[in-house]
Design a protein around this ligand. Sequence first.
Ligand SMILES: Cc1cc2nc3c(=O)[nH]c(=O)nc-3n(C[C@H](O)[C@H](O)[C@H](O)COP(=O)(O)OP(=O)(O)OC[C@H]3O[C@@H](n4cnc5c(N)ncnc54)[C@H](O)[C@@H]3O)c2cc1C
Length: 417
Amino acid sequence: MTPRYSIFSLLRNAASYHEDWPEAWRSPEPKPSYEVVIVGGGGHGLATAYYLAKEHGVTDVAVIERGWLGGGNTGRNTTIVRSNYLWDESAQLYEHALKLWEGLSQDLNYNVMFSQRGVMNLAHNQHDLRELNRRISANRLNGVDSEFLTPARIKAFCPIIDLRAQGRYPVLGASLQRRGGTARHDAVAWGYARAADARGVDIIQECPVEGFDISNGKIQAVRTGKGRIEARKVGIVVAGHSSVLAGQAGFRLPVQSLPLQALVSEPVKPVLDTVVMSNAVHAYISQSDKGELVIGAGVDPYVGYGQRGGIAVTEETLAAICELFPMFRRMRMLRLWGGIVDVCPDASPILSKTPVEGLYINCGWGTGGFKATPGSGHVFAHTIARDAPHPLNAPFKLDRFHSGFLIDEHGAAAVAH
Ligand SMILES: Cc1cc2nc3c(=O)[nH]c(=O)nc-3n(C[C@H](O)[C@H](O)[C@H](O)COP(=O)(O)OP(=O)(O)OC[C@H]3O[C@@H](n4cnc5c(N)ncnc54)[C@H](O)[C@@H]3O)c2cc1C
């Protein structure tokens, strides 16, 4: 694709204080019917719409978002991208996503600021060490880059980390995925929205889906704040609210909705050029391009829909960060927020047909679905277009909770993102 903006239009727009900037996507009123309706305008929903149009030629598509694009977890997450999951099924799904990340800015002609700065997972005890080494071996067998770092190599890779023996959580080693890193979350939503719109997808914001019309076990329409919209097929992609929407469609999901928090510090000069994660102390950290330290915590231990979390969780997280990085002790925190994550019993997602014909669900990514955004959208679009799973998401069916074929990723997911 050729760039939409020349240097002259950039100068003209700068001089006009952005007033004349064209809209990046249209804001149409919904049509009475579509071939496919995607409920949820986060990264996964928008990516699904984009790949439906691009890969399957299905362009009679609407994305229905109750708020604004990326206002859910897509715009609230700490943007860590990696694919070093334990089991074959997950490693292959997340690696598919990582490969798409590597060409995403070019594909969308939109800079999603994907930065492969490496993701390090720390081991603080013998159990962590064994688990990391097992996962490194499994990753390599799946073609996922993963290596072990001794404490000396950790220090060389990330000099500001404190490895002194008197630390409460001694660092005994780490795994490193060099191809992992971060991306700009809003840009991912905006890039997919612009590219989907350009292929004819209608993006409809401030339009909550309030129910489904189902007849003879088959989806007929969605009922929304802007009226009834008929659809031959509907995909539910509403992280954090999946059980609510599934309930409206008459089936139950095995997910818990939990608050998950993150916070950022005041901006400082570049000091940290990788992502450091610790499952054992429930903390992880990176530095944004603006200079803020981006710090993530674990989930709160209770179910809820308030987009905030308990202060005790934040205090524990900051204590761990200060222990690993004593130089951050005097930094001030600027903002704290939360999102609601849907967690499955096996810490793996659901990308599946449902008991309702023509209704599909993509949910249960828990604390770590941002990294999967391109891959999730890609295989979910296939599932909807073909009415059959893509080989990569076939193991992530809803009926695995009946059959017992669970994909237990608690070790790789855990607090980690
Ligand atoms: C604090 C935090 C940190 C995280 N950190 C990471 C990380 O570092 N790496 C990582 O991989 N993952 C991370 N995650 C998880 C990640 O954010 C999510 O898994 C992912 O963004 C889910 O994307 P989505 O598009 O499915 O959901 P969302 O972006 O939440 O989109 C769902 C959309 O559905 C809409 N919706 C809900 N109900 C309705 C309705 N009735 N009608 C219409 N629309 C509706 C919502 O408004 C929302 O916009 C984190 C999450 C949080 C909260």
